[in-house]
Ligand binder design. Structure first.
Ligand code: C2E
Ligand code: MG
Ligand code: MG
Length: 663
């Protein structure tokens, strides 16, 4: 559980991811903005620099052009003797001065000043040459032109102009160089920014991926929790419904049946109670493991709750495959299962239903498999039953009967019959056992074996039992009043009644209400009830006994009680089950069992009643074996109160005896 919680992304994780993404977006935006700004600035600078560089080059070109033009004009004037070249000279001079002025502003260079200074001298001489040409003094003009003073100053001026142009060219190159390095820097900065942005986004993608993986793990975990049983790790009821629907769809496609196998662990509650919940849990885990090993991979094994498991087996050839599967599951429980240090011997009951034959919805199939399971239990557990219509009819009848039982109690359809219990020593009637009869208006007489288990299932037996106890006690008191010698009244108490919390108060209340003498009432509790009752059975028996009534263990020999228990039960009678009487005196095993029960009971100072005596030979054997009391058709059948009174009269006359109490 701890690891699950650890894996669940919490709000803190979520906000961390949120902050990281926001930060990354912000940094990326800043970097992008910086990149754009840098590129923009570089663009501006580039534009400026290129302009400046072009201007410088233009200046350099203009200087050269105008100087050459001026020199050309002089040379043309000298060679042609035409004075109009002077105009061209002056125009170029003006242009050159403008350019020099512009250059001066751009460079504030000393060379410009120097050129301008020297230019004054050159211009003076050149203007003089032009005026000589104009005056047609060609020779003078030429000798001035060829004079050293002019040529020197001219050379110097040209050199200065060359230096200036070289400077301008260099400046222009420098500007382009600066621009280039600026562009390089910008490119590097942009590249770094791009790398940064990519790194940040890779980091973010990584975070988001991890978050997504985290979330999908979390949602897988939730799905697992929703679909799988926390204890055993196999599927739960939700998965069961999902898989069942899938199996139905598959069956509709391939036409093969789907088997729904429902099973539970016999007496799981007892194991849980006696060995502890920890062992109970381990047993469930073990069974889940074994079931998974037993089933095919395509089958779905789930725990529906408690000790109830279900298997969805697809692709089933109904009869053959499911018999194999049923037997395989039973074989898991063939040998004791070792859980912790315990070897637990338990069993299972299995119910099977098929899609589409038995039902076409999960609910219906589950209901039918459940009916089959119930049927398997009724047939003595450790077996499997297929659903069939007879089971459904029985189940419907059961539901109907539960409703009818209510009506029966309200409309007085229940009657009590009384079967004599005879003291075998003196042939005296010492008491009767009250046995319920259901006189159904349509179905006639329904034996208790048919309706008591159903009444127990719905717990309606509590109300029926109360009526039985009251009616029987009342009858006993009536007989007493009528002057019949004391007839002890034995009343059967169902396991459900015995487990009722207020059973003591109920019995005591009825005893007081009817006024029955305590020692005239015997409560019969079956051996299996005592074995299956939760809590302190012995204390409960003592409490009942403290009311003054007698206690009898009914159907003794069928409930696997240990002798140690018998010693501690505060009981007066033990009734040997009919099962051990019916084959007497022929069956040697039954002889041994009957004799040992009687001997053992006597050792423990407990009287023995033999049930189901049907003939003289059984009676004789039991008398010889010193059995205290007998009950059976041979001695007296269960009969209504009035009939019993007549029977008793007749019996007493025949036996010339008096009736006395069991006492
Ligand atoms: P039980 O308490 O062991 O009652 C004895 C059963 O054996 C009675 O069956 C009785 O009719 C039958 N019996 C008596 N002598 C013979 C015989 O010689 N041969 C044969 N074959 N059967 C004999 P019944 O009345 O059908 O009752 C069956 C069971 O139903 C009773 O077994 C008892 O466990 C239960 N039961 C009957 N009445 C009540 C009742 O009022 N409350 C409760 N909780 N259970 C009752
Ligand atoms: Mg009985
Ligand atoms: Mg019995």
């Amino acid at each position: 559980m701890e690891s699950i919680e650890h894996n669940i992304p919490n709000a803190q994780n979520k906000s961390k991811v949120h902050i990281s993404v926001t930060l990354a977006v912000a940094i990326s935006l800043v970097l992008i903005m910086a990149g754009i700004w840098n590129a923009y600035k570089t663009g501006l600078i580039a534009e400026e620099n290129i302009k400046a560089s072009l201007q410088l080059q233009r200046l350099s070109d203009s200087i050269r052009f105008h100087q050459e033009s001026m020199s050309g004009a002089i040379e043309f004037a000298l060679t042609t003797g035409e004075s109009h070249w002077h105009t061209s000279y002056e125009t170029n001079l003006l242009n050159l001065q403008d350019v020099m002025h512009a250059t001066d502003m751009t460079l504030s260079n000393s060379i410009v000043n120097k050129i301008q200074l020297e230019q004054g001298k050159v211009i003076e001489l050149e203007r003089e040459i032009f005026s000589l040409v104009t005056e047609k003094k060609q020779d003078e003009a030429f000798s001035l032109f060829a004079s050293d003073a002019y040529q020197e100053i001219k050379i110097e001026q040209e050199q200065n102009a060359l230096t200036l142009r070289a400077t301008l060219d260099r400046e222009a190159k420098d500007i382009i160089g600066t621009l280039k390095s600026r562009l390089d820097r910008t490119t590097i900065a942009l590249a770094i920014q791009i790398v940064f942005i990519i790194a940040i986004w890779l980091y973010i993608i990584n975070i988001v991926r991890r978050w997504q993986a985290h979330q999908s793990k979390h949602s897988n975990e939730l799905t697992r929790l929703a679909h799988y049983d926390a204890l055993t790790g196999i599927g739960n009821r939700t998965l069961f419904h999902l898989r069942l629907e899938t199996a139905f769809r598959q069956s509709r496609r391939d036409g093969k049946a789907v088997a729904l196998v429902l099973m539970d662990i016999d007496h799981f509650k007892d194991i849980n109670d006696s060995l502890g919940h920890d062992t109970g849990d381990k047993l469930l885990i073990k069974v889940a493991e074994e079931l998974q090993k037993t089933c095919r991979e395509t089958d779905t094994v789930v725990r529906l709750g408690g000790d109830e498991f279900a298997i969805i087996a697809t692709n089933i050839d109904k009869k053959r495959d499911s018999v194999i599967l049923g037997n395989k599951i039973l074989s898991i429980f063939e040998h004791p299962l070792s859980i912790q240090s315990n070897e637990i011997k338990t069993g299972t009951s299995i119910g099977l239903a098929f899609y589409p034959d038995d039902g076409d919805s999960a609910e219906e199939l589950l209901r039918k498999a459940d009916m089959a399971l119930y049927e398997a239990k009724r047939h003595g557990r450790a077996n499997f039953k297929f659903f069939d219509t007879a089971i459904e009819v029985a189940a419907r009848n059961k539901v109907k009967m539960q409703a009818d039982l209510q009506i029966a109690l309200e409309t007085g359809q229940f009657k009590l019959h009384y079967q004599p219990i005879i003291d075998l020593g003196g042939n005296l009637v010492i008491g009767v056992e009250s046995l319920i009869r259901w006189e159904h208006p349509e179905k006639g007489s329904i034996p208790p074996i048919e309706f008591i288990p159903i009444a127990e299932e719905s717990r309606f037996i509590v109300q029926i039992g109360e009526w039985v106890l009251r009616t029987a006690c009342q009858q006993q008191v009536d007989w007493e009043r009528k002057g019949l010698a004391s007839i002890n009244m034995a009343v059967n108490l169902s396991a459900v009644q015995f487990n009722e919390r207020n059973i003591l108060a109920q019995v005591e209340g009825i005893m007081q209400e009817t006024g029955i003498r305590e020692d005239q009432l015997t409560v019969e509790i079956t051996e299996s009830t005592l074995m299956e009752t939760e809590g302190d059975v012995i204390a409960k028996l003592h409490a009942l006994k403290s009311l003054g009534l007698k206690l009898a263990i009914d159907d003794f020999g069928t409930g696997y009680s240990s002798l140690a228990y018998l010693k501690r039960f505060p009981i007066h009678h033990l009734k040997i089950d009919r099962e051990f009487v019916k084959d007497l005196p022929e069956n040697t095993q039954d002889i041994a069992i009957a004799r040992s029960i009687i001997t053992m009971a006597h050792e423990l100072k407990i009287d023995v009643v033999a049930e189901g005596i049907e003939d003289q030979s059984q009676l004789r054997f039991l008398k010889e074996a010193s059995c205290n009391y007998g009950q059976g058709f041979h001695l007296g059948k269960p009969m209504p109160a009035a009939q019993f009174e007549e029977w008793l009269l007749h019996y007493n006359e025949q036996n010339h005896s008096n009736v006395r109490s069991v006492g």
